[in-house]
Design a protein around this ligand. Structure first.
Ligand code: OXD
Ligand code: MN
Length: 601
């Protein structure tokens, strides 16, 4: 049998950072007895450890070192071609009852699932090294911060976790020696990367995750989707905060007035681009800074929502990233970056569809095959990724480490919709905003396996990530609103509306600053808007469109509300709520009726 993760033997002083908390030691011992690894490697997150693991990974062909002059200290990893995206159909929430997981999650009975996974993990790490990764999610001094441990047999996971989390000693310090302290248990094994033995299982009541059979980031960096969102959302409801699939950005006016906004867009719909936006020349003096590009943990302080980014790096989609679309992302990934499934050029640089300049005459594609511009296949997988430390971002917000978080003035929902949804609109209040989030929809992308381009309802961009019953989740949002004396305003955006010829009506990227500026104006109570059946919509003159090269008729079209499309949309909202089977809070059902009435009046 081919072993995708051969053992390594670290020299003295590396791999021996054994924690002292007895609960952790007992758990690791239990997993060791089950998985029977050749040895245990206790990670400390140091540079020395990282250098050693990079070297070993190159020797074992887990990584390819890239051209040091072109992309310093950067590496390429190729995953198994059957393992390139999140697998929602094999992702399970294992709560004691099916109702707790709710109708939008795959549910599996916990005891049976533990037995099934135990059988799969038995002897699974023979001939392999078992790594124990201590990490924290959140700034070291935040009350929201959580400790996690991930056991894995994948060096790629260890190297990625070092980028994506605050890893090592900082976590051991935060945990301390109390055996009753709260921490998340994560077990991951590649097994044989067999797609029929691939399961991503969450046990929220035990604060435990077990992931087997995959090496793809979203399935195996257990800190991210599994802990920060699925388990995170479960803990957040219990503990009275919010764990959301949202970017967080700061926007500062030339006068120095700063607001923060959080935005929920589904996977691969431009969260990283929006979080790193560079305002067009006309917006001289305006600055956008990034707090986070994927996940927001938010708590109430003095009646306001405050957000922290629990992560330490960005795991972004590569294709389409260029100096034209996102210069800050390009600078971030120009060094110290781990690429997955992009193409390798003959001079050991990386390449992907949509990168600046002409394509290389020859490259090795993401599957390791020769590629030329005439090839029918893509050189980089559409869901190829970068993992890069947030410190690489030239516009990293100075308050990213602030434990209390940053105050949120606006929440933005949005999806990828070719029709129906205008460029931007504002909800009339929190409850209406929750309705807009709950009925959000988007065309599916390559971030998850399955058909791409199909419109599906994706409430708050959390459909694949809500770790409990979605009806309860909506209720938690409504309850949170009642506790806020100064709630963020809620908006919806759509950068992706097309005209009858299938052409995008809006240029997107940096030009989205014009929409962001209107949102800030609304927060400042200076922006104009007209009331419509769906909420407050700007008229063209309410947006700053100076120096924008878009025809006026396109602006009118993208801001327009087509009643026929909205009748279909409303019918779909109702169908979606009905499909959830009686769990939708009355407040949202009433919002649906009110929306219908506004269209009929
Ligand atoms: C991600 C995702 O990787 O949402 O962030 O799939
Ligand atoms: Mn995401």
């Amino acid at each position: 049998m081919n072993n995708p993760a051969p053992a390594i033997s670290p020299p003295k002083g590396i791999g021996d950072a054994k924690p002292t908390n007895q609960a952790v030691l007992d758990w690791v011992h239990e997993v060791e007895l089950l998985a029977q690894p050749q040895n245990i490697f206790w990670c400390d997150g140091s540079d020395r450890e990282n250098d050693f693991l990079l070297d070993q990974s190159c020797r074992q062909n887990v990584l390819i070192k890239l051209n040091e002059q072109k992309v310093p200290r950067s590496y390429l990893h190729r995953s198994n071609p059957n393992d390139v995206a999140r697998v929602e159909q094999f992702t399970f929430i294992c709560t004691p009852t099916k109702e707790e997981a709710g109708p939008t999650n795959n549910w599996a009975e916990p005891a049976e699932t533990y037995s099934k996974l135990t059988a799969l993990l038995k002897g699974a790490m023979r001939g392999r090294t078992m790594f124990v990764i201590p990490y924290i999610m959140g700034p070291p001094d935040s009350p929201l911060t959580k400790v996690g441990f991930e056991i894995t047999d994948s060096k790629y996971v260890v190297l990625s976790m070092r980028i994506m989390t605050r890893m090592g000693t900082v976590a051991l310090q935060r945990l301390g020696n109390d055996p009753k302290a709260e921490w998340n248990r994560g077990v991951h094994s590649l097994l044989e990367l067999d797609p029929t033995r691939r399961f991503i299982c969450h046990f929220p009541q035990d604060n435990t995750i077990i992931s087997v059979g995959s090496g793809y980031g979203g399935n195996v960096l257990l800190s991210k989707k599994c802990l920060a969102l699925r388990i995170g959302s479960y803990l957040a409801r219990k503990q009275g905060w919010l764990a959301e699939h949202m970017l967080i950005l700061g926007v500062e006016s030339p006068e120095g007035k700063k607001h923060y906004v959080a935005a929920a867009f589904p996977s691969a719909c431009g969260k990283t681009n929006f979080a790193m936006l560079i305002p067009p020349a006309h917006f001289r003096g305006w600055k956008v800074t990034t707090v986070g590009d994927d996940i927001a943990w938010m708590q109430i302080r003095n009646g306001r929502l405050y957000a922290v980014n629990p992560e330490n790096g960005y795991f972004g989609v590569v294709p389409g990233t260029s100096y034209k679309s996102n210069p800050n992302a390009m600078k971030s990934i120009s060094h110290d970056t781990l690429f997955t499934n992009v193409a390798l050029t003959d001079d050991r640089d990386v390449w992907w569809e949509g990168k600046d300049g002409p394509p290389p005459k020859h490259a090795i594609d993401w599957k390791g095959h020769d590629w030329t511009p005439d090839s029918k296949e893509k050189a980089a997988h559409p869901n190829s990724r970068f993992a890069t430390p947030m410190r690489n971002n030239p516009v990293l917000d100075p308050d990213v480490e602030k434990g209390e978080g940053v105050p949120i003035s606006a929440i933005i929902f949005g999806g990828r919709r070719s029709d129906t949804m205008p460029l931007v609109f504002q909800s009339s209040d929190w409850e209406h905003g929750v309705y807009i989030g709950a009925t959000m929809a988007s065309e599916t992308t390559a971030a998850a396996t399955g058909v791409v381009g199909q419109v599906r309802r994706d409430p708050m961009a959390m459909l694949p990530f809500c770790g409990y019953n979605i009806g309860e989740y909506f209720r938690h949002w409504l309850e949170t609103g009642k506790r806020l004396t100064n709630p963020p305003l809620i908006f919806n955006v759509n950068w992706f509306r097309k005209n009858a010829d299938g052409k995008f009506l809006w240029p997107g990227f940096g030009e989205n600053m014009r929409v962001l500026k209107w949102i800030i104006d609304r927060c400042e109570k200076t922006g104009g808007a007209v009331e419509s059946p769906i909420g407050w919509v700007p008229s063209p003159h309410d947006l700053d469109l100076e120096e924008l090269d878009v025809e006026h008729k396109c602006i009118v079209e993208i801001l327009g509300i087509d009643h026929e499309e909205w009748r279909r949309e409303l019918a779909d909202h109702k169908k979606f709520f009905e499909s959830l089977g009686g769990i939708v809070p009355d407040e949202l059902l009433k919002q649906c009726e009110k929306l219908a009435a506004r269209f009929n009046s």
